[in-house]
Design a protein around this ligand. Structure first.
Ligand code: ADP
Ligand code: MG
Ligand code: ZN
Length: 454
């Protein structure tokens, strides 16, 4: 299908009730997918609307069926419910359904007038004879529009979320070469992208739609904790700078809407640290509270609400618990101690500056924390009881080493991310400590590595 952009916009409104596309990337991916000329790879952050990239084309190709592989039954159910509310017929086939439900779904798929537009399937179904039969039937009758692989990073052993069942999908690609495939993911390092291409056997050249990883409103730096005198005072001064000084330099009148109040997140490795930092900083006059899995549900909700409404400006959180928090005016994200991996750091620090205004991302890196983590991660390798666990522990250790490299090299921080994600070299200029003052970073690093007297 080729379509005027205005006509496409009309379809978007009509079927999905959105007045515009969320981004040019979303629009362009949809246009490319509609052409059905190439396989398409889409990499955009969580929440940027990847589903629409295949759902709109699927609807426009109805009564043909689009098959979507998705890793979790809960995720599939969300999508099916969402589409059903929009009056688009979507179904799933998975191991948890009753025989009669399954019959109902199959009845429609094997009927002459198919009304299912999207069929969500778990990847373990892919290798079954039953599914291969269905696929070959749909192809023979010219009733298959696309094959979609959502959360495509699950194919990769490099990813954090490897699912062996995803490896079976590649076999299907070879069967019907004329059906276009679409792979989507939020997290894709260069290694993972390579795996997605090879494991899924995507047909080259693949059309790629990828959000550039460089975010020019984020200023990144690393502070070598050993070379500052009073770390908590240093932290407090930095918070004040982010919450007040920076903003005074920005143009425009201050916004009194509580939801738009400037705020920040401090990530710590342990609950104890979140508590300690909150206690010390609140004595210094910071509006701050800890937020972690150890809190009772009620307390946690109260902190979350106070933060969202602007009554608390700063939270100290363990990484597992930044998830429910999404505020556009986060002015800083501090990691008190080294993050667990480059993609984790990119994602966690990426919560800053969603409004596009200046925000700061900082790691406080100390020798002591580094050495103790090194010890913990190494012990985890030697103490692994199974080969699988050992492989995982080694993976964590390697990610830690890469993160050390991020902190302890004199390379542009944005460029480091870009290299890691296989993106082009960003025009950082002065958006990180290295680019704005390389000499100073070198000196601090020397002191960190070799001590004051060398
Ligand atoms: P992703 O898979 O990239 O994490 P989703 O596909 O789940 O993101 O979409 C995130 C949210 O964005 C959903 O609530 C979806 O309805 C919404 N959304 C998608 N496209 C648009 C659009 N063009 N305009 C407004 N909202 C959109
Ligand atoms: Mg998604
Ligand atoms: Zn830089």
């Amino acid at each position: 299908i080729s379509m005027e952009q205005n006509a496409l916009l009309e379809k978007l409104k009509h079927y999905f009730h959105h007045p515009t596309f969320k981004s040019d990337l979303q629009k362009n991916a949809i246009i490319a997918i509609l052409k059905r000329k190439f396989d398409v790879f889409v990499s955009m952050p969580t929440g940027s609307g990847k589903s629409l990239c295949y759902q709109l084309p699927a609807v426009l190709h109805s009564p043909k069926v689009t098959i979507v592989f998705s890793p979790l039954i809960a995720l599939m159910k969300d999508q099916v419910d969402h589409l059903t509310r929009l009056k688009i017929r979507a179904e799933t086939i998975n191991s948890k359904m009753t025989e009669s439900e399954r019959k109902r779904v199959l009845n429609d798929l094997y009927s002459t007038q198919v009304s299912t537009s999207l069929l969500y399937v778990t990847p373990e179904q892919a290798a079954t004879d039953f599914f291969k039969g269905l696929l070959s039937y749909l192809v023979r009758k010219n009733k298959l529009a696309y094959i979609v692989v959502d959360e495509a990073h699950c194919v990769s052993q490099w990813g954090h979320d490897f699912r062996p069942d995803y490896l079976k999908l590649g076999q299907l690609r070879e069967l019907y070469l004329h059906i276009p495939w679409i792979a989507l993911t939020a997290t894709a390092s260069a290694d993972v992208v390579k795996d997605i291409m090879t494991v899924l056997c995507l047909k080259t050249p693949v059309s790629k739609f990828t959000t550039p990883c460089f975010r020019s409103n984020l200023f990144y730096d690393v502070i070598f904790d050993d070379s500052i005198k009073n770390s908590y005072q240093h932290l407090k001064d930095f918070i004040d700078q982010c919450l007040y000084d920076d903003l005074n330099c920005l143009e425009g009148t201050p916004n009194i809407n509580p939801l738009a109040q400037p705020c920040g997140i401090i990530y710590c490795r342990t609950r104890e640290l979140t508590e300690e930092i909150a206690t010390v900083l609140s004595r210094k006059g910071v509006s701050i509270a800890p937020y972690h899995a150890g809190l009772k549900d009620k307390e946690r909700l109260a902190v979350q609400e106070a933060f969202m409404s602007g009554h608390i400006q700063v939270i100290t959180a363990t990484v597992s618990f930044g998830m429910g928090i999404d505020k556009a005016t986060v002015r800083f994200v501090i990691h008190w101690g080294i993050p667990s991996s480059i993609p984790a750091y990119y994602q966690e620090s990426g919560r800053a500056g969603r409004d596009g205004k200046l925000a700061r991302c900082r790691i406080y890196h100390s020798k002591q924390a580094k050495n103790s983590l090194d010890f913990i991660l190494k012990s985890a390798i030697t103490q692994s009881k199974t080969q699988d666990k050992q492989k995982k522990a080694k993976g964590s250790y390697n990610m830690f080493l890469k993160m050390i490299q991020f902190c302890e090299s004199v390379q542009c921080r944005h460029e480091f991310f870009a290299d890691y994600f296989g993106d082009t070299k960003p025009q950082c200029i002065d958006k990180c400590d290295v680019c704005s003052n390389k000499e100073a970073v070198k000196i601090d690093l020397d002191i960190f590595m070799y001590g004051m007297n060398n």
